[in-house]
Design a protein around this ligand. Structure first.
Ligand code: FES
Ligand code: MG
Length: 584
């Protein structure tokens, strides 16, 4: 059963046989050094070798429980007759890594790609969790394209403060504004830390980690329910075990990632993102993953496919609940069932890793709580799709998340208050004499992929303290930065091209009028073409501040703009799983 190499029915040639299958000097060397781990000879006789790509790190707290997760994946692989080999890759921890974990997403993806292709591996299990680990591992695996399955670490249990639930990240933004507005004391603020993160797992809001977990499941790259089972729920480990069994079967079926990651699967994911009120970061990550597998995805696909899909998952930061309730309500299969029942699933027949279609997996999914996964006619928001904006201020696009915005501000005309970069914002926003009112538009430059290498999540600029104290809750904010998936507000992000790459964002001045029209997809700087050209002619472009490491230099030179997914220009596209030449 385990010897698929010689099974004529399956006719799958194991790439690991290129290492271990020969009785010569090379075979000796590849096997012998592996045997120092106590591996008996029969393990090398044609068993599918399954890599477990682990982003475990104590510096990535969201993934710190992954050694245990890997053990359960191994049990499944062994049960199915495979040979598990666990290997580490660069771990992008969102909470600790400075200047931003996004800077090293592509580095991790390179690590993953080279680790898979260069090693004896017939299939791979991707252990992902914290925000950037999911796209990084999927990008790297997509460029190699062997059978691949995603196992996510799962979200944290609900945060607790004063007997009430609080959501990862979102609570930080709210509490910080309450301190600045004088509503709570610094002592109360700091006391919230421990209850905010009280179990293993990723952010429990519908932030980027939960969003990307839902993207992986709706893309079909994981087993059903992978996105929502809490990290500490025993069923998370059952899912890991079952994924281990399944990847061995996938190798025998030669079910490669490219058979899963088709345009149809991406369209499903885009629509699901609207249904869950997912993070804007998904726009960048899905584009980058699609680019690796050779699927053409455009910003306008988000309008074409996502528009009109109501947000039915009532989770913070857009709604009320957290991932724990989401799982108890039926998880992502419940959402997909609602979508399919309403004829709102674009491609029900899209294939998933268990060999069944997305709709087969979800059509009978139970829905336990209509408050959390709401009926289509009682949505959180009628049209939840990511809003794509273009205009003379963003010729190559910008995005806004309607479910996080204030409806009245989504059509707005106001005068710019300009910050040249993040440091300028931080000093100027505190100025009590700053000329700003609730109708102003806060504009921040030089925080895009090249300008703040890595495109930090600083786009949800906090409001001026004097306006917060006056009770202002939201204002239009525009930048070339990203925003944490746990944040909220009427925030225009990912303006492309970015200021540092010569984009028109760089020539906005204090007092300029700006028009935002989400319904019309417009973001305009209300100056004449002549004025625009005159300002462009005299503008001086700086360079990103701070020390530049070798990797940062590489990043600045090769990173693509947000509309292209911020991958490196030289990494786009599939490169296959052909076995490299011998090392000795
Ligand atoms: Fe890791 Fe939010 S910081 S998932
Ligand atoms: Mg995040």
């Amino acid at each position: 059963m385990s010897d698929t190499k010689n099974d004529p029915k399956k006719n799958v040639t194991l790439r690991s046989a290129e290492w271990f299958g020969s009785q010569d000097k090379n075979g000796f060397m590849y096997r012998s050094w592996m045997k120092n781990q106590g591996i008996p000879d029969h393990e090398f006789q044609g068993k599918p070798i399954i890599g477990i790509c682990n982003t475990w790190s104590e510096l990535t707290p969201c993934n710190a429980h992954f050694r245990k997760l890997a053990e359960h994946v191994k049990r499944g692989i062994l049960e199915a007759g495979g040979f598990p080999v666990e290997f580490p890759v660069f771990s992008n921890g969102e909470s600790n890594l400075r200047p931003t974990a996004m800077l090293t997403r592509n580095l991790a993806a390179m690590d993953v790609e080279e680790s898979i292709r260069g090693n004896p591996m017939d299939g791979v299990v991707l252990l992902v969790g914290c925000d950037k680990t999911t796209p990084a591992l999927l990008m790297g695996a997509a460029s190699v394209d062997i059978p691949t399955i995603v196992v996510t670490g799962g979200p944290m249990l609900n945060g607790k403060l004063n007997g009430k639930n609080i959501g990862s990240g979102t609570a930080v933004w709210q509490l910080h504004e309450q301190v600045k507005g004088g509503e709570i004391s610094m002592h109360e603020f700091l006391a919230a830390e421990a209850g905010h993160s009280r179990s293993a797992g990723t952010c429990n809001t519908m932030g980027t980690a939960s969003t990307m977990a839902c993207m992986a499941e709706s893309l079909g790259t994981s087993l059903p329910h992978n996105a929502a089972i809490p990290a500490v729920d025993a069923r998370r480990y059952v899912l890991a075990h079952m994924s281990g069994i399944r990847i061995v079967e996938m190798v025998k079926e030669d079910l490669k990632l490219s058979k899963i990651l088709t345009k149809e699967n991406f369209e499903n994911a885009i629509r699901v993102n609207a249904a869950i009120g997912g993070s804007t970061n998904a726009v960048i990550h899905l584009k980058a993953i699609a680019g690796r597998i050779g699927v053409d995805l455009e910003l306008e696909d988000w309008t074409r496919v996502g528009r009109g899909m109501p947000t039915i998952v009532d989770l913070l930061p857009s709604g009320r609940f957290l991932m724990e309730e989401f799982y108890y309500a039926g998880g992502l299969p419940a959402v997909i069932r609602r979508m399919g029942d309403g004829n709102l699933l674009p491609n029900p027949d899209a294939l998933t890793v268990n060999g069944k279609s997305l709709w087969e997996n979800c059509k009978d999914a139970p829905i336990y709580d209509d408050e959390v996964v709401r009926p289509l006619d009682k949505p959180l928001l009628k049209d939840g799709g990511i809003c794509i904006l273009r205009g003379n201020l963003a010729p190559r696009g910008a995005v806004l998340k309607p479910s996080a915005a204030t409806p009245e501000l989504m059509q707005h005309r106001g005068q710019a208050v300009v910050f040249e970069d993040f440091e300028h914002y931080k000093s100027r926003i505190m100025d009590p004499d700053l000329v700003v009112d609730k109708d102003s538009v806060l504009v921040m430059k030089n925080c895009g992929p090249k300008g703040y290498p890595g495109m930090a999540e600083v786009g949800n600029m906090g409001l001026p303290p004097k306006l917060l104290a006056a009770g202002v809750k939201d204002m239009v904010r525009i930048s070339d930065a990203r925003m944490s998936g746990t944040a909220y507000g009427t925030v225009v992000l990912h303006v492309a091209p970015e200021a540092m790459a010569g984009g028109p964002l760089g020539i906005v001045q204090d007092g300029d009028w700006i028009t935002l029209d989400c319904a019309g997809g417009l973001l305009n700087l209300d100056i004449t073409d002549e004025e625009m050209a005159a300002r462009q002619a005299v503008r001086v472009r700086g360079s990103a501040p701070g020390p530049k490491t070798g990797y940062q230099q590489l990043y600045i030179e090769h990173v693509l703009q947000a509309d292209e997914g911020c991958d490196f220009d030289f990494l786009v596209g599939p490169r296959g799983s052909a076995v490299p030449r011998h090392s000795h």
